[in-house]
Design a protein. Structure first.
Length: 214
């Protein structure tokens, strides 16, 4: 575990929370900070291919969903419900692919033609969902929500199945989430996603060393 990288992420969350609430008292709730700290721990462990990522992931999803309900981000609420369900299955899959006597998973690579097909389908489906949210709900950011939701569903499935290419999709999703939370005004969540972008790059390099093609 790279504790230095983890410490940087945790510090970013704490400092962002403190500065934001100093400039605008009460702007962020303690739930935002807790969710951010749990999220940093979860993604750092995921970048290491460490199954303990799920332990912190369950806590992060629960606190994050509370924040989403208060902001009426319906697509994200559905997404995190999906996370909760799939994470349970993810523990089972990762346990079967652990390196002997370690908590680190053996990863896999996705073939380029398959990856291109997955990406194309993801983009088209995101556009459709964004249109539906715009037409049938009072959503303030329907397309941005859709383009952070559908790709994240795909990335989550690829992560659970331990395909390293999920990091490419997560990077795009996290960049869009930075924009989403900046618009909402929750700088603690925005800071979390900025750090997650860096973690995606780190995770991709780390998972290369864990790759094993069956």
């Amino acid at each position: 575990m790279d504790y230095g990288f983890l410490a940087i992420g945790l510090l970013i969350q704490i400092v962002t929370y403190g500065i934001t609430n100093t400039l605008e008292p009460g702007a962020l709730t303690p739930v935002s900070l807790i969710s951010g700290l749990l999220g940093i721990c979860s993604v750092c462990l995921a970048s290491q291919g460490n199954i303990l990522t799920y332990l912190f992931g369950f806590g992060q999803v629960g606190t994050y969903m509370f924040l989403l309900v208060t902001q009426h981000l319906y697509g994200q609420i559905a997404l995190n419900t999906f996370y909760l369900i799939t994470m349970i299955y993810g523990v089972y899959v990762w346990k079967k692919r652990l390196h002997a006597n370690t908590s680190h998973v053996i990863t896999r690579r996705l073939q380029i033609p398959v990856l291109m097909l997955v990406l194309a389908a993801t983009i088209l489906l995101s556009a459709g969902v964004g249109g539906a949210l715009a037409a049938w709900t009072n959503h303030q950011q329907p397309y941005l929500d859709a383009y952070t939701t559908i790709p994240a569903l795909v990335a989550q499935v690829l992560m659970i199945l331990v395909y390293r290419e999920h990091w490419f999709i997560w990077l795009a999703v996290d960049m869009l989430n930075v924009v989403l939370w900046l618009r909402v005004g929750d700088f603690c969540m925005a800071a979390q996603y900025i750090f997650w972008c860096a973690n995606c790059i780190y995770g991709l390099r780390r998972w290369d060393t864990l790759t094993h093609n069956p």
